[in-house]
Design a protein around this ligand. Structure first.
Ligand code: NAD
Length: 482
C-alpha cells in the first residue's frame, strides 16, 4: 500500500479521492518505486474550487494588508517549522538531494515573508490635473481569483512565488501543481491554509493540465492566469485566455548562455558553469545550456570545468542528503537529454565527460553530468532547451561573435558573462536580449529583484514589487469638487 497519497484542498478540506475516482501513481525517480497516488480532479472538484475561491474573495480583499501580512508571516513560520517534512517529500517525488530540497522550502518561506511586507507597500498616486476643481487619485486593487499552474522542477518555491504575491495583493487563488510532484505542495498548501482566514482563500487542484487549464481559464470567476512551465504550454494558455482577454503572466523556458571572456577569472567561471549547468540535473529554467568561451582561454577553462565535474557525487538524495546530484525527475526528461546527446554526437560533437549512466547508481533516472565540445548551432543541444545535465562548450573569436551566438535563440530568460573588464560587463549586459544578466555570478533569482523572460521565455515578471503589480489593476478615481 503506497504511503504518501496526495490530496486536493478545496474550501479548506482535503480530498483524497475525486468524484470520478480517477487517480495516478506517484513515482520516486531514484528508485522507480510507487510512493503514493494522486487523485485527478473531475468537473465537480474544479467547480468546487472555483466556488470556494470566488466566495472568499470579497472578505480576503477587504482584509487589511497588515492583517493579511500577519497571516502570511504566520504561514512562513509554520513552513519553517516543517522544512524537514516538506523537504523529504520533495526529494522523494522530485529527486533533488535533501540539502537542496531544504533550501527550496526555506526559499518558499522567504517569499511568504517578503510579500507579507511588500503587500503593505502598495502605493497609489495623486497627480495634478488640468482642472482646478478636480483631483485625480490612482490606486491599485486586486484582480479577483488567480489560477496558478506550477511545474515539477521547483514545485514548492515556484508555487510560493505565485501564492505569496497573489494573496498579499488581496486575490484568492487556485493552485495546480504538476502531477508527478504534488506531495510537497500538498503539505505546503495545507500549512498555509491553516493560517489563513477566511476558508477558501487558497485551493489546490490536482490532475491533468489539459483538463483543469481550459476549465479554469474559461471560467468567469478567474481573472488572472499565471504559469511557470514550458514555452509550448505558455502558448496554449495564451490562446485559451485570448477569447476572454484575461490577464496572463508566463514564466517559460530558457536556453541560457554563458560567455566566458579572455579576461575572466577562469576558476570562478568554471565554478559558475558547473554549478549552473548541473544543479538539479540541469532541470532549471535558468540552467546554463550553452557555454561560449573565448578561443584564447578555451583549453584552460575546459580543464578547470572537467576538474570540477569529475568530483561531483551522484546518488539517492534521501539516503545521502549532501550528494551533488540526484536522478532526473522523469523518464521523459532523461529521454530528451539522450535525444539531444545523440543528435549532437551524430552531428560531430565530442563527449569529453559523462555521456552515460553513472556506475552503481540505483534503478532510477540517473545520468552523469556531461560535457560536450565541437558543438555548433545546427545541434538541438544548442538551439533547444535540454532541461538535462548537458553542457556544450563552443569557442568564439571576438565579443561581437559571442553576443550574436548568445542572442541567436527564440529564448531570452537569463544570460551569464564572466569578465574582469568593466566596459565589457556593461556593453554585454546591454546587448544581451535577456530578462536577467549575471555578471561574474550565476545567482539571479533573489526575491527582491524582478525575474522574467524576454522573447519566448515569457510575459511579465515574478518576484520583487514588480511581481506584486502583476496581481494588481490600476484604477483612476477622478473627483470634481462641486
Ligand atoms: P509544463 O509546461 O509541461 O507544465 C507546467 C504546468 O502547466 C503543469 O502543472 C502542467 O500540468 C500545466 N499544464 C500543462 N498543460 C496545460 C494547459 N493546457 N493549461 C493549463 N496548465 C497546463 O512544464 P514542466 O515540464 O512541468 O516544467 C518544465 C518547464 O518549465 C521548462 O520549460 C522550464 O524552463 C520551465 N520553467 C520556467 C521557469 C521560469 O521562471 N521561467 C521556472 C521553472 C521552469
Amino acid at each position: 500500500m503506497p504511503g504518501h497519497n496526495a490530496f486536493m484542498l478545496i474550501n479548506g478540506k482535503p480530498i483524497y479521492e475525486s468524484s470520478s475516482k480517477s487517480q495516478k501513481p506517484i513515482i520516486n525517480p531514484a528508485t522507480l518505486e510507487t510512493i503514493g497516488t494522486l487523485p485527478e480532479a473531475s468537473d465537480v472538484e474544479i467547480q468546487a474550487a472555483l466556488n470556494a475561491a470566488g466566495k472568499s474573495y470579497q472578505e480576503w480583499s477587504n482584509t487589511s494588508p497588515a492583517r493579511r501580512g500577519e497571516m502570511l508571516h504566520k504561514a512562513a513560520t509554520e513552513v519553517r517549522a516543517n522544512v524537514e517534512a516538506i523537504a523529504r517529500l520533495l526529494t522523494l517525488e522530485q529527486g533533488k538531494p535533501l540539502a537542496e530540497a531544504r533550501g527550496e522550502v526555506k526559499a518558499a518561506a522567504e517569499a511568504l515573508d517578503y510579500y507579507a511586507k511588500e503587500g503593505q507597500r502598495v502605493l497609489g498616486e495623486i497627480l495634478p490635473t488640468n482642472k482646478s476643481d478636480t483631483r485625480s487619485l490612482v490606486i491599485r486593487q486586486p484582480l479577483g481569483v488567480v489560477a496558478a499552474f506550477v511545474p515539477w522542477n521547483y514545485p514548492v518555491s515556484l508555487a510560493a512565488w505565485k501564492i505569496a504575491p497573489a494573496l498579499a495583493a488581496g486575490n484568492t487563488i487556485i493552485v495546480k501543481p504538476a502531477s508527478n510532484t504534488p506531495l510537497a505542495t500538498c503539505e505546503f498548501v495545507r500549512l498555509l491554509n491553516s493560517c489563513l482566514e477566511p476558508i477558501g482563500v487558497i485551493n489546490l487542484l490536482l490532475g491533468s493540465g489539459a483538463k483543469i487549464g481550459p476549465a479554469l481559464i474559461s471560467s468567469p470567476v478567474v481573472q488572472k492566469i499565471t504559469l511557470t512551465g514550458s514555452t509550448e504550454t505558455g502558448k496554449q494558455i495564451m490562446s485559451l485566455a485570448a477569447p476572454y482577454l484575461k490577464k496572463v503572466s508566463l514564466e517559460l523556458g530558457g536556453n541560457c548562455p554563458i560567455i566566458v571572456c579572455r579576461d575572466a577569472d577562469l576558476e570562478a567561471a568554471a565554478q559558475g558553469t558547473v554549478y549552473r549547468s548541473f544543479r538539479n540535473m540541469g532541470q532549471i529554467c535558468n540552467a546554463i545550456n550553452r557555454v561560449y568561451v573565448d578561443r584564447a582561454v578555451a583549453d584552460t577553462f575546459l580543464e578547470k570545468v572537467l576538474a570540477r565535474v569529475s568530483k561531483m557525487t551522484i546518488g539517492d538524495g534521501l539516503r545521502d542528503p549532501d550528494v551533488d546530484l540526484g536522478p532526473m525527475a522523469t523518464a521523459d526528461g532523461l529521454e530528451k537529454t539522450l535525444a539531444h546527446l545523440e543528435d549532437a554526437v551524430d552531428k560531430g560533437a565530442t563527449v569529453v565527460y559523462g555521456g552515460k549512466r553513472p556506475e552503481n547508481a540505483g534503478p532510477g533516472y540517473f545520468f552523469m553530468p556531461t560535457v560536450l565540445t565541437n558543438v555548433n548551432h545546427q545541434m538541438r543541444v544548442m538551439t533547444e532547451e535540454t532541461f538535462g545535465p548537458l553542457a556544450p562548450v563552443m569557442s568564439f573569436s571576438d565579443l561581437d561573435e559571442a553576443v550574436a551566438l548568445a542572442n541567436d535563440s527564440p529564448y531570452g530568460l537569463v544570460a551569464y558573462v564572466y569578465t574582469s573588464n568593466l566596459k565589457t560587463a556593461f556593453v554585454l549586459s546591454e546587448r544581451l536580449q535577456f530578462g536577467t544578466v549575471g555578471i561574474n555570478n550565476v545567482t539571479g533569482g533573489e526575491v527582491a529583484f524582478p525575474y522574467g523572460g524576454w522573447k519566448e521565455s515569457g510575459l511579465g515578471v515574478e518576484l520583487s514589487h514588480h511581481g506584486l503589480n502583476e496581481y494588481l489593476a490600476l484604477k483612476h478615481i477622478r473627483i470634481t469638487l462641486l
